[in-house]
Design a binder for this molecule. Structure first.
Ligand code: BTN
Length: 257
């Protein structure tokens, strides 16, 4: 019996959360949310939470390690309130609200890394996967968020780059409390999301002025991270020439690298 389990059932969630489905196990909460949406069983504000994912997915077609009992694996269905060209703002909103929820729930200080990573002491503790879909020709966004909450260790492959709130804090954090706070922050900010969020995101990142390596499908570049373009791209100064990065993996070099 997991005492935390009961708190999922009757959380004091904001009305924004129109439905909450908690599952022991699912392939991917993003995929399940899409299935529920297409079956007409979930709409705007609906959330799928799973204790464990068997086929958790990350960006760039990667798998997302989603073991049972330790993570917050969730997806929210959203009916966009902005033009298609502005949907990228939702990823920035998600990262900022996750950062706020983690900081308020734990007292830790987090940093954001482009495009959508939430970092603790230089390692990733949360990833965000924004996908689009349609129902009856109406567009929807599926916002998938994976937070490493209570892991005490990672595989040797992930150990150098991944961390959990538990490892940074030295004690466990209630996933239900974290979800509750995130939902409140997200519900508060959803209606007022606009381009001003980019400045807030930028202020929460320590990438600026640092050397970054960007890996994009086989190619790579190295330069100084300068800021965010109005369309959400990462601006990198490569030998005096400003380049806009739209996809790929970014590694921030340490002084010792
Ligand atoms: C990334 O690559 O950084 C994004 C990771 C997103 C993982 C979350 S876990 C909940 C949701 N369901 C998925 O299959 N992926 C997202």
């Amino acid at each position: 019996m997991n005492p935390e389990r009961d708190t999922w059932r009757e959380p004091q969630l904001p009305a924004f959360v129109s439905r909450l489905i908690w599952l022991e196990e699912v392939d991917s909460t993003n995929d399940h949310a899409k299935r529920l949406l297409s079956a007409g069983e979930m709409g705007h504000g609906g959330v799928v939470l799973a204790d464990r994912q068997t086929r958790g997915r990350g960006r760039l077609a990667r798998t997302w390690d989603s073991p049972g009992g330790v993570g917050l694996w969730m997806s929210m269905v959203l009916e966009p309130n902005r033009r298609t060209s502005e949907w990228f703002l939702y990823t920035f909103l998600a990262a900022l609200t996750v950062a706020e929820a983690i900081e308020e729930t734990t007292g830790l200080s987090v940093q954001l890394k482009w495009p959508n990573d939430v970092m603790l002491a230089g390692k990733k503790c949360c990833g965000i996967l924004l996908e689009t879909t349609t129902r009856l020709e109406a567009p929807f966004v599926i916002l998938g968020i994976g937070i490493n909450v209570n892991q005490v260790d990672f595989s040797s492959e992930l150990r150098p780059v991944a961390t959990s709130i538990r490892l940074a804090l030295g004690r466990e954090t209630s996933r239900a409390s974290l979800f509750q706070r995130w939902a409140e922050c997200f519900a508060r900010d959803w209606y007022r999301v606009d381009a001003s969020i980019l400045a807030k995101w930028k202020a929460k990142s320590d990438m600026w002025g640092r050397t970054v390596r960007v890996l994009q499908s086989g190619t790579g570049l190295r330069g100084i991270a300068k800021g965010l373009a109005p369309d959400g791209a990462l601006v990198v100064d490569v030998s005096g020439e400003e380049k806009k990065i739209y996809a790929g993996d970014v590694k921030v070099e340490m002084a010792t690298d």
